[in-house]
Each structure stands twice: as structure tokens, then as C-alpha cells.
Design a protein around this ligand. Structure first.
Ligand code: G3P
Length: 218
């Protein structure tokens, strides 16, 4: 089964999605913290963990391996639910190699735009490879194809790194990610709402209730 994460740091959205009972985790990044209006990454992450006792990702700011490792040590100490997000750059690989050897070395490798990057982060010990589907499509590339290629490569070599479909922009991305065998999908609250919405359902429900009222209201 594919897990469903919400891609936001906004508490109201996380509470609303969690109330549906189908939320497995939350992903954040510096932009999402900015949109939530906070620079207190620890406080916000712990607030999120209180709402969702699943997987909660918080991202490093450093761009050198030593800095990423130091930040990861702190971030991973906040809660057993927290995954540290490390960018898929060469310094990130060095950091992932080191962090993944820790007993609590839970890594979400982020900003992945190719199957090559995904393969390398998996080799470096990442728990998740976050493929940025929407941004690939924005650049005129094919996000679904990168997801499919990554799935196949991980399966070819029995790599246990989970394929995480990120930067999801539409329900089309959701369906294609599920068809491609993504292990996890992270999406904005708006896309999650669209997953359960259909005007046909609304019209059908209104008709059922109206007809029931006709017979039961007699
Ligand atoms: O988790 C981060 C990723 O999903 C970014 O999405 O919409 O900023 O491309 P977006």
C-alpha cells in the first residue's frame, strides 16, 4: 500500500487532513516553513509530531557535509518520528553515508530530478528518495517517467529505499504515482481535498437525500 503524506507545515491543514484518518506523514521544507510563517523549525516539527505520529520530515539548511551531519544529529534527536531531509548533491551523499550508519539515521533525500540521483541516494543509505514530479513537469521534462525509472531500478537491485512522489500538483500525478508503484506520495492539502471530491458524488448524494425526504417526509 502507498502511504499518504501531506506537504505543508501549516498546522490547520495538517489537523484537517489528520482528522480524515488516512494520513501517514508530513513533509516540510524551508519554503513550507516560510509559508507557515515560522523560522522555529524544531517547535513547528514537534507540533506536527503531536498531531501525526507518523513520519515527519524536517530539512537541513547547510550545504556542506559536516554542517548537514551536525544539523541531522540535532533534528533526529527531536523525535523518533522525524526524518531528516538532505539534498541530493555530492555533499549530501557524503552526509547521508555517515548519517545512515546511525541507529536513528532516518533520511529523506530531497530535490531529486533524475533516476541517477535516486540511485545514488539509495546507495548512500537514504530511507526515502523524493522525486520532484511537478517541478520536472514545469521544466518540460517528464516527472512520471523519472518515477517509473526509479521504481524499476530500485526493484532491479532490491534497493529498500522508498520511492517518494513529491512536488505533486494534481490528482493526475496522484494516479500516475500510484500506477508507477510509488511507496509514498506527498501532496499539498488542496490536492488531497481533490482526491476525495467529485461533482457527480455531490449531485448523486443530493438526489438520494431529496428522494428520501420525499418518501420519508410524507
Ligand atoms: O516536499 C517538497 C516538494 O514536494 C516540493 O513541492 O510544490 O514546491 O514543487 P513544490
Amino acid at each position: 500500500m502507498a502511504e499518504i503524506f501531506i506537504d505543508t507545515a501549516k498546522i490547520a491543514e495538517i489537523k484537517a487532513a489528520a482528522a480524515w484518518g488516512i494520513l501517514d506523514g508530513v513533509t516540510t521544507n524551508p519554503t513550507l516553513m516560510f509559508r507557515a510563517g515560522t523560522a522555529n523549525r524544531k517547535e513547528q516539527t514537534l507540533k506536527i509530531v503531536e498531531i501525526v505520529q507518523g513520519s515527519v520530515s524536517a530539512e537541513v539548511i547547510s550545504t556542506d557535509a559536516a554542517g548537514m551531519v551536525a544539523e541531522a544529529r540535532e533534528i533526529l534527536s527531536w523525535s523518533e518520528h522525524v526524518y531528516v531531509k538532505i539534498p541530493a548533491i555530492a555533499e549530501g551523499l557524503k552526509a547521508m553515508r555517515e548519517i545512515s550508519a546511525w541507529p536513528n539515521g532516518r533520511i529523506n533525500a530531497t530535490l531529486i530530478f533524475s533516476a541517477n540521483q535516486a540511485y545514488l541516494v539509495a546507495r548512500a543509505g537514504a530511507s526515502y528518495a523524493s522525486i520532484f514530479m511537478g517541478r520536472l513537469d514545469d521544466a518540460g521534462l517528464d516527472g512520471i517517467q523519472v518515477l517509473q525509472e526509479t521504481r524499476q531500478i530500485f526493484d532491479n537491485y532490491g534497493l529498500t529505499c522508498k520511492v517518494l512522489a513529491a512536488s505533486i500538483r494534481s490528482t493526475y500525478h496522484v494516479t500516475q504515482s500510484l500506477l508507477a508503484g510509488a511507496d509514498i506520495l506527498t501532496m499539498p492539502y488542496g490536492v488531497l481535498q481533490k482526491m476525495i471530491s467529485s461533482p457527480f458524488t455531490d449531485v448523486g448524494l443530493a438526489k438520494f437525500l431529496a428522494d428520501w425526504e420525499k418518501v420519508a417526509g410524507k
